[in-house]
Design a binder for this molecule. Structure first.
Ligand code: ADP
Ligand code: MG
Length: 659
């Protein structure tokens, strides 16, 4: 059996510096306290009672001196080791009660258990509250309890982890005398069970409850009186199973702690809903705009891709004029017109061509059934049916015979059917285009809208009719060529250009006056545009996340400052640094993550709405969602770290004293 006193303090000093003034709060105090004793520390205000008590309670460290618990020196312990001792061996009762506000008596009592290896034990909490006479007040918050009742909750809290010592600093200082004596009777009874009590008071009748009274003056113990010499009651020693802590229970404890942080964060956010919402706005807007833009961008890209896919990747388009790079003409070269003869010459000379069609297009007014509609007229050759995938859903397409006879026949798109024929079958009906009467012979398949135009708003007529009866020209606007073999696309492209240069009699050094494009090039130009867009969006996202993060950092600093006393209480009952760090970090992440999730909903909604109006498929990809969630959580982590660290590094006693 250990013969060392329970606590032995030797030569403890504590000096506070106030500017250039030095306050010697403790001037070499030595003191031994036996297990089971009831010690009252008395003295005038400012004599150092509280300072001594905080050092004895491991809430503060002396500047010099030694502290032994059960003969074990504690002066080299880390803060977390001290927190563990406070949690398991010590209980605290303060003059200001120091209960957590907006938290029930039950939860206040259970607080030390949150930080203990054993976890919360509701039966124990209820038993203790019954023991202090508050069995019918367990669900009440501190502001619904009298001072005496609050102090009883504090005593119940001090007892939850079955400590061996209770420290009480002026526990009756804020109470009327009848409550004061009730509280002292409670403490006296606890002492009779073997719990060591160390009490600070400046009232004689309160000190009279103790067995031993120390009088302090000027930071030193001045006199001492032994009032009761009856044998000390002793708690049974801790059982081996209580002392044995395997790695598993620590692991479980950490997991449980994490759950606790989440609950605390949820409650902190809920109790400041508006503030939390405002502080997450930055993240919300950032994530929403990025999700919306990504959704719209991806939707547009998808629409472009399907549009090109329907044209076929083996398509080459020959146009008058030099090549353009992006929207900017790189050289102001000459422009050569294309003719039907060019198309025939290319068809004859170049072997890999599967289909070729010269086209002319113009805008014109179409009139049918007394209705007017301005639309695109496309003059094509029969092979266009294959090149542009225009197989009519009803009726027939343009034939060679129509071309030769310059037939006034038309194949109409869906939009025309809708706008001029009320959606009814128009085949056989007449339509006037620029005052020329055409007969409708077919309906085009539905193509859907593209980024820049409605591709169903078109009337297809024979090329010869379009050239000579509508546009009045003898040249064509473009020549569309479908290459039979995908491998031959670029060779064919070169061959066509070479042939055209020869036909146009361009000298070798002269710039091109016609240009030929393949679909891959056009697609990559569009992809380039959307890549630029993505870079821009990433910029917006980064900036808004930083701004949002700063907002969160700001609100977390406010939150930490508001709750310094709460942090002090948590540390006093055994919260380690990492518990406080975790609590505030999880809170910051919860704010930013909630903002991110709201942003996801808002942005997804916006993308949905816009894609609905534009007629695209909605594309909010899982990657975009993962990115939004990941980045918002990361923002909370990065910007919450500093405030949380600030909270975690607070000294317990400074935090408890904070006003
Ligand atoms: P008591 O509890 O006996 O009234 P304290 O232990 O609180 O006395 O204080 C002892 C002395 O130390 C007082 O002179 C007080 O002003 C000073 N003191 C206590 N805490 C601090 C502090 N945090 N900073 C500066 N001086 C302090
Ligand atoms: Mg004091």
């Amino acid at each position: 059996m250990n013969s060392a006193p329970l606590i032995e303090l030797k030569n403890a000093t504590k000096v506070y510096s106030l500017g250039d003034e030095q306050v010697h709060a403790l001037r070499g105090v030595s003191l031994a306290i036996e297990e089971g004793d009831f010690v009252a520390i008395m003295g005038a205000s400012g004599s150092g009672k509280s300072t001594l008590m905080h050092i004895l309670g491991l809430l503060d460290v002396p500047d010099s001196g030694s502290y032994q618990l059960h003969g074990r020196e504690l002066s080299s312990c880390t803060e977390d080791e001290l927190a563990r001792i406070r949690n398991e061996e010590y209980g605290f009762v303060f003059q200001q009660f120091n209960l957590l506000s907006r938290t029930t008596a039950r939860e206040n009592t259970a607080l030390p258990l949150l930080y203990s290896l054993n976890g919360v034990d509701n039966a124990r909490v209820e038993e203790l509250l019954n023991q202090v006479g508050l069995g019918n007040r367990m669900g009440h918050n501190p502001n619904e309890l009298s001072g005496g009742q609050q102090q009883r909750v504090a005593i119940a809290r001090a007892l939850t982890t079955r400590p061996r010592i209770i420290f009480a600093d002026e526990p009756t200082g804020n109470l009327d005398s009848s409550s004061a004596h009730e509280i002292m009777t409670l403490l006296k009874n606890l002492n009779a069970q073997g719990i060591t009590i160390i009490l600070v008071t400046h009232e004689r009748d309160i000190a009279d409850y103790a067995r031993r009274v120390l009088h302090m003056r000027d930071g030193a113990i001045h006199t001492e009186e032994q009032r009761d010499t009856s044998p000390l009651a002793k708690l049974p020693p801790r059982t081996d199973s209580e002392l044995a802590r395997d790695a598993r229970s620590t692991w479980r404890h950490n997991l449980r702690a994490f759950g606790t942080y989440f609950r605390l964060a949820g409650r902190a956010l809920w109790s400041h809903k508006l503030r939390a919402f405002l502080s997450m706005l930055g993240i919300l807007i950032g994530v929403a705009s990025v999700i919306a833009m990504l959704g719209i961008g991806a939707g547009a890209k998808e629409a472009i891709r399907t549009q090109f896919a329907s044209l076929g990747s083996n398509l080459l388009i020959l146009r008058p004029g030099a090549r353009q790079s992006g929207a900017v003409r790189t050289q102001a070269g000459q422009v050569s017109r294309l003719t039907l003869d060019d198309a025939r010459a290319i068809e004859r000379a170049i072997p890999d061509i599967e289909y070729i069609s010269a086209t002319v297009s113009l805008r014109a007014q179409a009139v049918a059934r007394g209705l007017n509609w301005n639309t695109e007229i496309s003059g094509v050759e029969p092979s266009s049916e294959k090149i542009r995938a225009l197989q009519p859903t009803a009726g027939r397409f343009i034939t060679e015979h129509d071309i030769q006879t310059r037939a006034r026949v038309a194949v109409v798109g869906r939009t025309i059917v809708r706008e001029l024929f009320n959606g009814q079958n128009p085949i056989g009906e007449q339509i006037r285009i620029n005052r020329v009467i055409f007969q409708i012979i077919g309906v085009l398949p539905e193509k859907g809208a593209s980024t820049w135009r409605d591709r169903d708003d078109v009337i297809v007529v024979p090329l010869s009719t379009a050239m000579h009866r509508l546009a009045g020209v003898d040249y064509v606007d473009s020549i569309e060529i479908q290459v039979g073999n995908a491998q031959r696309v670029s060779a064919t492209q070169d061959a066509v250009l070479a042939l055209m240069r020869k036909r146009l009699r361009l000298s070798p050094s002269a710039p091109d006056t016609v240009s030929i494009h393949n679909m891959a090039e056009m697609l990559s130009a569009l992809t380039e545009t959307s890549r630029t867009m993505s870079v821009l969006l990433s910029g917006i996202a980064a900036i808004s996340l930083i701004v949002g993060g700063i907002g969160i950092m700001n609100i977390m600093l406010v939150s930490v400052t508001e709750r310094v006393r709460e942090i002090g209480v948590r540390k006093a009952v055994g919260a380690r640094r990492r518990d406080i760090l975790g609590q505030f970090l999880v809170e910051a992440i919860a704010v930013s993550l909630t903002g991110g999730l709201f942003g996801l909903l808002l942005g997804g909604g916006a993308a949905l709405a816009m894609s609905h109006f534009a007629g695209w498929a909605v594309v909010v990809t899982p990657q975009a969602i993962a990115m939004a969630v990941g980045f918002s959580a990361l923002t909370g982590l990065v910007f919450g770290l500093w405030p949380a660290r600030k909270a975690a590094l607070l000294n317990p006693i400074d935090a408890l004293r904070y006003e």
